[in-house]
Design a protein. Sequence first.
Length: 155
Amino acid sequence: MDRMNWMPETTSAAAWLIFLATYAVVALGTIPVYRIDRAGAALLGGSLMVATGVLSLEEAYQAVDFNTIVLLLGMMIVVANLRLSGFFRVITRWIAAYVGRPITLLGMIIFSSGVLSAFLVNDHDLPGDDPARARTCDTAKAKPDSLPLGGRDRV
């Protein structure tokens, strides 16, 4: 096996282990036992990279793009205000008004989620997310379990 000259073997192994564990939590979305979500996993993974010596504190600071942090914060504020104003409920009612069959409901949920998520970073209230999907299906008088979207079914 080829050794990396710039990093001792144990630090390299720790880096891979931390990265893979963090990536797994981000992919799964949460670790229910520890109540760690994606953001918590990213923060914990970054902290462990510094604590194990994979990154110096200065390198960790340089790795953070504050323009992206500000953009995400701003988008979260916009989404929170849209949710509070009832925008997503209006979209839900609009989708339900044009549904004639379950396949049409599925298509409209996919389309509206795609369009809205192109503009809104935080997609927890979009029609394809589990709680919003349930509200949309309830409004359209359809069974949420008949649509393969969200939760464990999401690819």
